[in-house]
Write a protein that binds this ligand. Structure first.
Ligand SMILES: NC(=O)c1ccc[n+]([C@@H]2O[C@H](COP(=O)([O-])OP(=O)(O)OC[C@H]3O[C@@H](n4cnc5c(N)ncnc54)[C@H](OP(=O)(O)O)[C@@H]3O)[C@@H](O)[C@H]2O)c1
Length: 241
């Protein structure tokens, strides 16, 4: 018997990359999954491969679609918000459409989904919230307009919920990955330290979900280096830059 057996999780951002692997691994652990993303075909294909999964296509940038999907999802034991959009972008190359899309998917989409499920979790005094952030949310990094700020906002949101929901029966988890080999990172032309396969990254997410620990940053030691950068004074970080 696994800790996930028979529990129902709404996995948002399940069609590709990390989310698809998390779905596969939770399915092996006998979780019941409701899988959302925009790509209906990819979701249907995945549900056929899995034992206990239902596809619930949805665009997280559409408030009505999220509300409708939440109603269709029914009672939940947990939600995993993994939807993400990323375009590498320097401030000088500002593309407003892309920046707003990243913000809408990575942060405001999470607000839409959480707004549908958190009140019920609070009333029932039970429920699991797992948010997939990014190590890129810890400090403003170069060429990360839109992405970095939206992930920083998600981290801040998780930290607030962690304070407020302590002792409420509702578990809040924040999982911040480093680089994962997905369609998002093929856009990067720079060297990505400790680049993980999606299967390995998913193992970190599922391991985090076995515990009540609030924060999981991975992989080490890259996550330590990024957090050390966060702690350093500006005088050192921006020296010569
Ligand atoms: N790859 C990395 O190096 C890395 C590092 C740190 C954190 N992360 C985070 O990990 C998560 C998964 O990313 P990934 O690398 O696996 O990328 P991915 O393969 O592109 O997966 C992103 C998922 O989000 C869904 N999504 C995007 N826009 C959506 C929308 N408007 N409505 C509903 N779903 C939407 C996508 O499905 P559809 O396109 O079908 O809608 C897909 O299922 C993201 O939150 C990302 O920020 C990734």
């Amino acid at each position: 018997m696994t800790p996930f057996a028979g529990k129902t999780y709404w996995l948002v951002g399940a069609s590709h990359g990390l989310g698809r692997e998390v779905a596969r691994q939770l399915d092996r652990e006998e979780a019941r999954l409701i899988l959302s993303a925009r790509s209906e075909d990819a979701l249907q294909e995945l549900t056929q491969e899995l034992r206990h999964a239902t596809a619930l296509p949805m665009d997280v940038t559409d408030t009505n679609a999220v509300a409708e999907a939440a109603r269709d999802a029914g009672p939940l034991d947990g939600v995993i918000y993994n939807a993400g959009a990323y375009e590498p972008m320097r401030t000088q190359d500002w593309d407003s459409g892309s920046v707003l899309q990243m913000s809408d998917v990575n942060f405001t989409g999470a607000l839409r989904v959480l707004g549908e499920v958190v009140p019920g979790f609070v009333r029932q005094r039970r429920g699991e919230i797992t948010l997939v952030g990014s190590l890129a949310g810890y400090r403003g990094l170069p060429a990360s307009i839109g992405y970095g700020a939206s992930k920083a906002a998600l981290i801040s949101l998780a930290e607030t919920m962690r304070y407020d929901l302590k002792g409420s029966g509702v578990t809040v988890r924040l999982v911040n990955p480093g680089f994962i080999k997905t369609r998002l990172t093929v856009k990067n032309s720079f060297r990505m330290p400790q680049l993980l396969e999606p299967e390995d990254a998913a193992r970190h997410v599922v391991a985090a979900m076995r515990t009540r620990r609030f924060r999981t940053d991975f992989p080490r030691p890259f996550s330590f280096a990024i957090k050390a950068l966060h702690l350093l004074p500006d005088l050192i970080v921006y020296r010569g830059k």
